[in-house]
Design a protein around this ligand. Structure first.
Ligand code: ADP
Ligand code: ADP
Ligand code: MG
Length: 667
């Protein structure tokens, strides 16, 4: 076996590869850019080699530097992870030429599958179902319109070199094609340096289902069943699971056989993924093949018990697969949630910054019969920078059934605590609690269907209102007791019989008493009692764990104004505990008005101003572009929400801006 492997990647996937190498007794080398000098991957690897400035084009994407690092450290093989050089055939070839083993498929297979047009030709020849469409390049807009009309609307315009959800657009009519074709072409040219475009039928309300394949250098190929990745936003995956709730044995076998046939046809000899779109009727069509380890590979590992990184290393070394298709079985169900540095309350805009608090759930077996796994490349205090992918971690749960795995995910998300930047944990929690998600009726339009106005949190359920009531009462009691011990005469006596608890605008009268180590919260207006016990919280802590009427929960609590803001899953409310008299006064206070921002254009995220397109004194129409801000590799166009004359301009091109910074003010 190899004795030393170099990892040409960063973050979570670098850490993931190091873990397997350690288990296999293989030494590791990571390369790192300026931005990653203090990263967890660098800390964990046996050796680390500096390869240049933060932008990937000057570090992680420079093949020469990677090869030099292999030579310098004596690494015999390179694991490319995903992204960066992982799907570059020239890099795989270069490794071969330099006598370094590329831990991935052979360059010919990457070449054949790396391009969407070419791979569709290949797939059709291997008798794999492909999406109906035009398998070939399109010359100009007039040609695009002709082809779209032949296929029939809606159609999808795609960049042949596209990936990561970029270079894709749906067109419902001629006008969409006339606008969309040049736009996709320009985007493809900019992002991939390749402007070849093709058009295929848009499958309405489809599901994304993909087959994991694994081949060796001796002609053996097996599939490791499917993953469903239908929960996407901007064509990027957010929640994945294995197996798929849609498939039956026959469809699974048919998809698996087609994926294996395609892999065999290209001489595939590593781990790879054949992606399909599937109709609700279980029809399925080939989309593309990803010739690398997939981000969501952990769910497959959890249901098969295999370590895909280990398998990639073994086959790269030349070992034969130690099992055949007949030896493989699906065990249980696994779900993955991608924890992203993005603000769900603000249209999922990227939110970069420091992980002031980073406390993931405990990994391993839970009391509720689940297995929790969290793949991360960060620690508390680390920064999520604007140079790379905004993923913070991948949280997975496994259980014998889908319902248990989903319930386990909802609980694990409760225990995930992040502060310092916007993150999508509350959004993921909302999905786990939706009846539609629990029923398994998924579609790639799921997020658009279920959150048409964007995400604003959810109304608390009766259980959540009870949690917030009891937690608020307990925290108030704890803090009041402390204040009394500290000699604060103003603290209300603990013995008083009635308190008013506000959960948002809802006012409840409660009485508190201690019984056998538990706090009894009697709800006076409803004649019932809550029992709060096994509390794990003290003042200053943001995570509050306990059991309410026997049900375990974790809530996040933050001091705010006179009270607290409590979040349980996707429900968030301001809570306040007062004496009945103060509560009466409180209800008579006028509501606080939010400051008037209607005459301002505010930066919705932190980033870099690419261009400021207005000047003082200029009249700006509604919808006109005010400026462009770049964050997380995305250019965000900021438009005026109403007409006005510019009074002040707060930033110029090249300036970094914070979230909520005033960019432009109108007269
Ligand atoms: P798909 O496989 O359908 O393209 P993925 O989300 O798995 O979707 O990956 C999208 C692209 O972005 C791929 O090129 C992948 O290698 C890259 N990518 C995705 N997530 C990350 C990440 N966290 N770090 C680096 N590259 C990533
Ligand atoms: P990428 O390389 O960016 O991953 P894909 O071709 O895999 O591009 O497409 C990304 C996503 O876009 C898919 O997961 C699916 O949700 C959607 N999609 C792609 N092609 C189609 C299609 N023909 N019909 C409907 N949805 C599609
Ligand atoms: Mg894809």
């Amino acid at each position: 076996m190899f004795s030393k492997i170099l990892i040409a990647n960063r973050g979570e996937i670098a850490v993931r590869v190091i873990k397997t190498c350690r288990r296999m007794g293989i030494k590791t080398v990571v390369v790192y850019s300026e931005a990653d000098a203090d990263s967890l991957a660098v800390e964990m690897a046996d050796e680390a080699v500096f390869i240049g400035p933060a932008p990937a084009a000057q570090s992680y994407l420079v093949a020469d530097k990677i090869i030099a690092a292999c030579k310098q450290t004596g690494a015999q093989a390179v694991h490319p992870g995903f992204g960066f050089l992982s799907e570059k055939a020239e890099f795989a070839q270069r490794c071969a030429d330099e006598g370094v083993v590329f831990i991935g498929p052979n360059p010919k297979a990457i070449e054949a599958m790396g391009d969407k047009i070419e791979s569709k030709k290949f797939a059709s020849a291997a008798k794999v179902n492909t999406v109906p469409g035009h398998i070939g390049e399109i010359d100009d807009t007039a040609h695009a319109v002709r082809i779209a009309e032949e296929i029939g609307y809606p159609v999808m315009i795609k960049a042949s070199a596209g990936g990561g959800g970029k270079g894709i657009r749906v067109a419902h009519d001629r006008k969409d094609v006339e606008e969309g074709f040049p736009a996709v072409r320009a985007e493809a040219k900019g992002a991939f340096g390749d402007d070849r475009i093709f058009i295929e039928k848009f499958i309405t309300s489809p599901r994304h289902i993909e087959i994991q394949v694994l081949g060796d250098k001796h002609g053996n190929v097996v599939h490791l069943f499917e993953r469903e990745c239908s929960i996407q936003r901007r064509n990027q995956k957010v929640i994945e699971e294995a197996p798929s709730p849609l498939l039956d044995e026959a469809t699974r076998a048919a998809m698996g056989a087609q994926a294996v046939a395609l892999a065999q046809a290209v001489g595939y000899d590593s781990a790879g993924t054949v992606e399909f779109v599937a109709g609700q009727d279980k029809s399925f069509y080939f989309l593309e093949m990803n010739t690398r380890l997939q981000v969501e590979h952990p769910v497959t590992e959890l249901i098969t018990g295999l370590d895909l990184v280990e398998q990639m290393i073994r086959v790269a070394y030349g070992e034969k697969l130690a099992f055949g298709q007949g030896d493989l079985k699906i065990k249980g169900w696994a779900v993955e949630s991608r924890i992203y540095a993005e603000d769900p309350y603000r249209k999922f805009l990227p939110s970069i910054g420091r992980l002031v608090r980073y406390e993931p759930p405990v990994e391993g077996d839970t009391a509720e019969g689940c297995k929790v796994r969290n793949d991360a490349g960060v620690r508390e205090g680390d920064e999520i920078s604007m140079f790379y992918d905004p993923m913070i971690s991948k949280l997975c749960t496994w259980a014998p059934t889908r319902a248990q795995a989903v319930a386990g995910m909802a609980r694990a998300l409760e225990d995930f605590h992040i502060e310092g930047l916007g993150q999508n944990v509350p959004f993921l929690a909302a999905v786990m609690d939706q009846e539609r998600f629990k029923s398994g009726e998924l579609a790639t339009s799921y997020i658009a269907d279920e959150f048409p106005e964007g995400f604003t949190g959810v109304e608390p359920t009766p259980f959540q209102t009870d949690v917030m009531t009891a937690v608020a009462a307990h925290m108030h009691r704890t803090l009041a007791a402390r204040a009394r011990e500290a000699g604060n005469g103003l603290a209300a006596p603990l013995s008083r019989t009635e308190w008013a608890v506000f959960v948002g605008k809802t006012r409840r009268a409660v009485a508190l008493s201690e019984e056998g180590g538990a706090l009894k919260v009697r709800i006076l207006d409803e004649d019932r009692a809550l029992t709060l016990e096994t509390v794990d919280w003290r003042p200053g802590k943001a995570l509050y764990r306990g059991r309410l009427n026997g049900e375990p929960f974790t809530a996040t609590v933050q001091p705010a104004g006179e009270g607290f803001v409590i979040r349980h899953r996707a429900a968030r409310r301001a809570v306040l505990v007062l004496t009945p008299l103060s509560a009466d006064l409180h209800q008579r206070l006028p509501e606080k008005q939010a400051p008037d921002t209607s005459k301002m254009v505010i930066s919705p995220m932190p980033g870099l101003v690419v261009s400021m397109d207005v000047a003082v004194g200029q009249t700006v129409r509604e919808g006109e572009v005010v400026c462009i801000i770049e964050a997380m590799k995305m250019q965000n166009i900021i438009r005026a929400e109403r007409e006005g004359v510019v009074k002040t301009v707060g930033a110029k091109s090249g300036d970094p801006v914070a979230a909520d910074e005033v960019l432009v003010e109108f007269v």
